[in-house]
Design a protein around this ligand. Structure first.
Ligand code: C5P
Length: 239
């Protein structure tokens, strides 16, 4: 893989407070292309944090996992995309009209420009069969994930968030243009933290991911830039 392509495919999750997030953004500027802002940082700091990161030249994956009635989600997606975020998430469990509304909201924010992409969470990786049973979903986890991915695709959604283990299946299902974004990525030898089903960066990409999300192996490293560059080097060599 080309180095520029590799940089584009690694999304760094900055799950920390504002000061540390901006410190990491400054350090990674010129190295990484994408930063992921999750609910914790966004609810604490609001749209300003997205703008501050965008001003530093990054694309922003604003991972708010929207799930509400379509009217509310349309408005939320429009507001989220208006911050300048390039990629948004919704829950597939909100069903087709809600996902279509998210895409409409992102389009409304873009005007004549390119709209933010919207991807769907199928079954949260924290949920197992027992958890699905507990909410009355009888289908096996994999079937449920497939069903929600197809529903997302049929409602204009640009791709899915899934575990590296599901990436190959999702690529088959959604085709070559879909965004397939996989967290749960750990370079060989890195601490797992609370992630259990993990893959290395190169394995995740080889399995069909378009982008990988890597948080703590970069943000908790003594040298975050070196940790990021090691992942880029792995992708250049192996993917
Ligand atoms: O630090 P780590 O690499 O585990 O960070 C992964 C990021 O991806 C976190 O921001 C986490 O919230 C997010 N994520 C995840 N698993 C999912 C969906 C999102 O780890 N299924």
């Amino acid at each position: 893989m080309l180095e520029t392509d590799a940089r584009e495919r690694v999304i760094v999750a900055i799950d920390c407070g504002r000061e540390r997030a901006l410190e990491l953004a400054d350090a990674l500027s010129g190295h990484a292309c994408w930063l992921k802002v999750g609910m914790t940082l966004f609810y604490a700091e609001g749209p300003a944090i997205v703008r501050e990161i965008r001003e530093r030249g990054f694309k922003v994956f604003l991972d708010l996992k929207l799930h509400d009635i379509p009217h509310q989600v349309r408005g939320a997606a429009e507001a989220a995309a208006s911050t300048g975020a390039d990629l948004l998430t919704v829950h597939g469990l909100g069903a087709g009209p809600m996902m279509a509304a998210a895409v409409e909201g992102a389009a409304a924010a873009a005007g004549d420009g390119e709209r933010a992409k919207v991807i769907a969470v199928t079954v949260l990786t924290s949920m197992d069969q027992q958890a699905l049973d507990s909410i009355g979903v009888d289908a096996p986890v994999a079937d449920e994930a497939d069903r929600l991915a197809r529903l997302a695709r049929d409602n204009g959604i640009d791709g899915v968030v899934c575990s590296p283990q599901e990436a190959t299946r999702m690529r088959e299902l959604l085709g070559e243009d879909a965004l397939i974004v996989t967290p749960g990525v750990r370079p060989a030898g890195a601490a797992l933290g609370d992630q259990s089903r993990v893959a290395t960066p190169a394995a995740a990409i080889a399995g069909g991911a378009s982008h990988i999300v890597v948080g703590r192996p970069i943000t908790s490293a003594d040298d975050p830039v070196a940790a990021f560059e090691a992942i880029v080097a792995e992708l250049v060599e192996q993917a």
